[in-house]
Design a protein around this ligand. Structure first.
Ligand code: GTP
Ligand code: SPV
Ligand code: MN
Length: 588
């Protein structure tokens, strides 16, 4: 497949450790993938679904102990602990290599070693980066073939370069106590053992495109972010692009594929999805910020996805898709999950493979973090700029989280550094995307807490530096919260497609078309500037959604104070300054 010395040497080294029966290069051909699907069906790794109703679709049930990312077992392995910073788990690289190679030793015995050459971004574009993942799991191969660009042309594009990311995945025996996802940013290497769950083993995604890439981006003056990329086409036909960073399972895929409310559709608004999870952002020739989506597929949350909430996602996941940990309807061999419709199957298997009757069971049929893996090209609203190697110019950056209180529906930050500060203080209620308790308020700066591959204090400083480089071409930064609840615990804002109403205000602000009310935390909309026509939301509710509760914000500052203590002397002085200014404004 290749003569590249660095590649061949590394493969030989790993082969000696894991000791496989044989070795197969993934060439990206449909013929090879189809053979692998057949094999995986035979060995029980995946189940073929109803090919008339769900062409090209398969189901996978993971080990019940292996259903989400394991942040407590995710490590950044740099020579010094300081380089990993105060928010990452750190291991000494030599210790980590020894430990992981020990666990992976002989673990491929009797198995095939699959070698996957893949590109994050469009091959041969100056913005893309190449990785090679070794795995013993066909499920992983098939997912990688959807999520990334895989095959022989990638290894050809690499030629004799040593600039590629090494990734070793060993399923071992899915032992929770020996599960580790380790990153060695200083030597472009990722090792993941004892898992077969998405974010832990699709090494191009969070491990490479965020953790390793963020480390590289700091050195090369760009940004690797946990962000969706969305194009909003107005009735005049102009398209403006925005990026939004929300923590896992907080609405990126849904916002990226939203369907405009009827009145917007009638006016001629259209939405184009460029990406739903990861953005690589660089300063373009024109000095503006440009974004590409380095992925080639969606790894989306299934529960809650319906014809009503996200028809584009549903359409995307109706062919050539791998479903993980959803319900299998035995009557017609299709799939189901909570929130799909009000008609759960009676004759079904739950995500663990146990008999399940959705009409009478008190238990959930699908795992809350069950997912679909689908090709981007399935998405009915995929923007054609998805294939543009230069990416799209970004007009606004949006931060957000899942907050019942305190954070208003939307506000605009005063300037770039205030925007960076606002990103740095994101807190969000934890979700099923990561193991641990759900609903716990957790700090998650820029939605990157679990994904920053180096010292987060230095990451903040890098954001500030990017603002300096962008100067007056920097996009405006906003904060949103779709998840504010009323006293009965119900969401006050309808969300989903209706979020376009907020995006419209954001774009109007970017173009200087509307004024706003200045508050201690930033600019909030005037009530008349959010279009509520046919939204079902009253002016009173909007007022509550935009309210800034001083008491809650004082509590918030105490919480920020504690969080910032973590960073000690690595917190940039600009952020401390922004924090002091906020406290002063709140006292007035
Ligand atoms: P990851 O893939 O884990 O990064 O998640 P994500 O950020 O893409 O989240 P996603 O869009 O898949 O949404 C996660 C959950 O939040 C789903 O159950 C959605 O139904 C729900 N959700 C998304 N957008 C909204 C919204 O605007 N309002 C409300 N109330 N719920 C939403
Ligand atoms: C997330 O958890 O943010 C995801 C899913 O997008 S995973 O690939 O598992 O990280
Ligand atoms: Mn994500």
């Amino acid at each position: 497949m290749t003569k590249n010395k660095s590649v061949l040497e590394w493969i030989q080294k790993i082969k000696n450790i894991v000791n496989p029966k044989n070795m197969v290069w993934i060439d990206g051909s449909e013929e090879q993938l189809e053979n692998l699907r057949k094999q995986a069906c035979m060995n029980g790794e995946i189940i073929k679904l109803n090919q008339e109703k769900l062409p090209g679709c398969y189901l996978r049930r993971t080990n019940p102990n292996d259903v989400a990312r394991t942040e407590s077992r995710t490590f950044i392995c740099t020579k010094t602990k300081e380089a990993a910073g105060p928010t990452n788990n750190w291991w000494d690289p030599e210790f980590a290599y020894n430990k992981l190679y020990g666990i992976a030793k002989d673990s491929y015995k009797g198995k095939t070693m699959y070698i996957i050459p893949y590109s994050m971004g469009i091959p041969n574009s100056p913005f893309s980066k190449i990785g090679i993942e070794i795995t013993d799991s066909i499920y992983t191969v098939l997912n990688m073939a959807i999520m990334t660009r895989v095959g022989k042309d990638i290894i050809d594009a690499l030629s004799d370069s040593n600039n590629w990311v090494r990734g070793l995945h060993a399923s071992c025996n899915i032992d929770e106590e020996n599960r580790y996802v380790c990153h060695f940013p200083e030597d472009n290497t990722i090792i993941s053992v004892n898992s077969c769950y998405g974010g832990n083993v699709l090494l191009g995604k969070k491990c490479f495109a965020l953790r390793i890439a963020s480390y590289q981006a700091e050195k090369e003056n760009w940004l690797a972010e946990h962000m969706l990329i969305l194009g909003v086409q107005n009735p005049k036909g102009e398209i403006k692009y925005i990026c939004a960073a929300f923590p896992s399972a907080c609405g990126k895929t849904n916002l990226a594929m939203l369907i405009p409310p009827e009145i917007y559709k009638k006016k001629g608004y259209k939405i184009w999805c460029i990406g739903d999870d990861i953005a690589w952002l660089r300063i373009g020739k024109d000095g503006r910020l440009w974004a590409i989506n380095p992925e080639n597929g969606f790894f989306g949350v299934a529960p809650g996805t319906s014809k009503k909430s996200n028809p584009n996602a549903l359409q995307t996941a109706s062919s050539n898709t791998i479903f993980t940990n959803v319900v299998q309807n035995l009557d017609d061999n299709t799939v189901w999950w909570e929130g799909l419709d009000n008609n759960p199957p009676e004759n079904a298997l739950d995500w663990k493979g146990n008999p399940w009757n959705g009409k009478i069971s008190n238990e959930k049929g699908a795992h809350p973090n069950s997912r679909f893996t689908s090709p981007t090209k399935n998405c009915p609203c995929l923007g054609k700029e998805f294939e543009n190697p230069e990416g799209v110019p970004i007009s606004a950056i949006i931060f957000g989280g899942r907050r019942q209180h305190t954070i208003p529906l939307v506000y605009e930050t005063f300037d770039w550094n205030h925007g960076v500060f606002t990103g740095s203080i994101i807190s969000s209620e934890s979700t099923a995307a990561s193991t641990g308790k759900v609903g716990v308020l957790t700090h998650n700066p820029m939605a990157m807490m679990p994904f920053c591959g180096y010292n987060m204090g230095k990451y903040f400083a890098h954001w500030i530096k990017m603002g300096e480089l962008l100067g007056n071409k920097a996009p405006k930064i906003f904060n949103v919260n779709w998840f504010k609840t009323d006293k009965n615990g119900n969401f006050m804002w309808p969300g989903f497609g209706e979020n376009l109403r907020v995006i419209e205000w954001i774009l109007n602000r970017c173009e200087g078309k509307v004024s706003a009310k200045e508050t201690p935390i930033g600019f909030v909309p005037l009530l008349e500037d959010i279009n509520l026509q046919e939204s079902g939301v009253s002016k009173e509710t909007l007022k509550d959604l935009l309210e800034i509760d001083m008491k809650l914000w004082h509590q918030e500052t105490e919480d920020i104070e504690n969080f910032y203590k973590k960073f000690d002397n690595c917190l940039p002085k600009q952020l401390q300054h922004e924090f002091d200014k906020l406290k002063k404004r709140l006292k007035k």
